[in-house]
Design a protein around this ligand. Structure first.
Ligand SMILES: Nc1ncnc2c1ncn2[C@@H]1O[C@H](COP(=O)(O)OP(=O)(O)OP(=O)(O)O)[C@@H](O)[C@H]1O
Length: 242
């Protein structure tokens, strides 16, 4: 299988706070990987490094066979990297459909009817079609999360980065969202999903990465990783033999 993303020995620090410590990660095309770790471990910073809103102190980032380390966030977005934000960031005064169109005409470079058709298809996929004409600022939390995903998908990504998309949702809402992410994944889009709601993550991903102090401390089968002594002691704060 071809590699869609490769992080090679990334280092980044804000003063004494290390957010990436020789961080390496490889993602195959079509793969879905979950990322967990304590608060402040550097998970969102990793997304900022991948999308290009944060420059590493050292190390390289390859996407789709190209070194993108020096490329702008806008270039990377046009190449097919899209993300959702932990705190949804829609244009609140615009409708759901208009928010989708911004992504389709910007990052995806679509125009006219093609952009409209694409947006309607994505809104259908994310369950937001009935709210297409609703102002984004008046959506419920679940729908704001759906809109985050919609905007990312309208950019026609090869790689989708999801940042704590399940937080604050009810069990039923979480189940709905998991199904949507599974559908996206089966459409061939590669996914990296940062999530504190681990049970939601485990229903989708086939690999789990654990980050602590910017360092990757585990990377492998999700359930084995969750059960490992190192993850129990570092991530869950338990003694290895507890
Ligand atoms: N631009 C910045 N300037 C200074 N410090 C920053 C900056 N961005 C992040 N940090 C710090 O880097 C650390 C890692 O932050 P990051 O958001 O990557 O963690 P996280 O693992 O996503 O945490 P959480 O699970 O709480 O979202 C935190 O201590 C944060 O305060």
């Amino acid at each position: 299988m071809s590699t869609v993303l490769k992080l090679d020995t990334l280092n980044k620090a804000f003063g004494s706070v290390i957010v990436a410590d020789a961080l390496g990660l490889e993602l195959a095309a079509g793969e879905a990987v979950g990322v967990i770790g304590p608060n402040g471990a550097g998970k969102t910073s990793m997304f900022n490094l991948i999308t290009g809103t944060l420059a590493p102190d050292s190390g390289r980032i390859q996407f789709d066979g190209q070194d993108v380390t020096g490329l702008s966030a806008a270039r990377r977005s046009r190449m097919g990297i899209a993300r959702s934000f932990q705190v949804p960031q829609p244009f609140t005064h615009m409708t759901v459909f208009e928010n989708a169109m911004v992504a389709a005409t910007g990052a995806a470079g679509l125009g006219g009817r093609a952009a409209e058709r694409h947006c309607l298809a994505i809104l259908d996929q994310t369950g937001l079609l009935p709210k297409a004409n609703t102002a984004a600022g008046s959506l419920t939390l679940l729908d704001r999360k759906r809109l985050e995903m919609t905007r990312a998908l309208c950019a026609r990504p090869k790689l989708l980065l999801l940042d704590e998309i399940a937080g604050g949702l009810t069990e039923a809402e979480c189940g709905t969202l998991v199904q949507t992410i599974k559908d996206i994944r089966s459409g061939g889009i590669s996914i990296i999903w940062i999530e504190h709601v681990v049970h939601a993550l485990l229903r989708v991903v086939e690999r789990l990465v654990v980050i602590d102090f910017g360092r990757k401390i585990a990377d492998g089968d999700p359930r084995r990783t969750m059960d490992s002594d190192e993850v129990r002691s570092i991530y869950l704060g338990l003694d290895a033999d507890a």
